[in-house]
Design a protein around this ligand. Sequence first.
Ligand code: 5GP
Length: 193
Amino acid sequence: MKLLQERIQRDGTVKEGNVLKVDSFLNHQMDVKLFAKMGEEWKRLFAGQDINKILTIEASGIGIACVAASCFDVDVVFAKKSQSLNIDGDVYSTKVESFTHQRVYDVIVSKKFLGKDDRVLIIDDFLANGCAVLGLIDLVESAGAALVGVGIAVEKGFQSGGRLIRERGIHLESLAIVDEMNCETGEIKFREQ
Ligand code: 5GP
């Protein structure tokens, strides 16, 4: 998506440790008009697919997923990072290693909000090593729901997440794929899409 690439090129900064900072428009301050255009692009890319729910993970996926959910006219559910283990059995849970915080979280979704009648599109801001998305896929499978696909704003193509998800035959649509970035020069190179 040209518009997103141009915005990353203009306002994104490359940090050490393969981190792309886009907090002026994507995941701290949020440009919701850009989000609406991203939502419309996912709607085009997943056209004809039966989707009745969007699933994301807190916190930075929520804004994008909400606007996308409005484009798809469906509800959005976000997986919560939980401090305490739930013993009532009323949640699906999985473990996710955070790329940015380098720790493992228990991540939960209430059984009330994800079930076998759901046809789910997963949305997140970044795809790096794939832990967040694979955790969300695990929750969809635990619920017996159908996974229709995964929509990502920024995939870092030099990390393994995209390959892991495509290898599983999952329909993955990343709106921008960064193939190279350099924290010394600030250069960011995108894959032709
Ligand atoms: P993964 O689980 O695929 O390794 O990483 C994805 C998660 O880590 C995303 O939900 C996102 O919040 C965070 N993340 C990964 N890479 C980056 C990055 O380069 N910049 C930012 N801002 N967040 C990232």
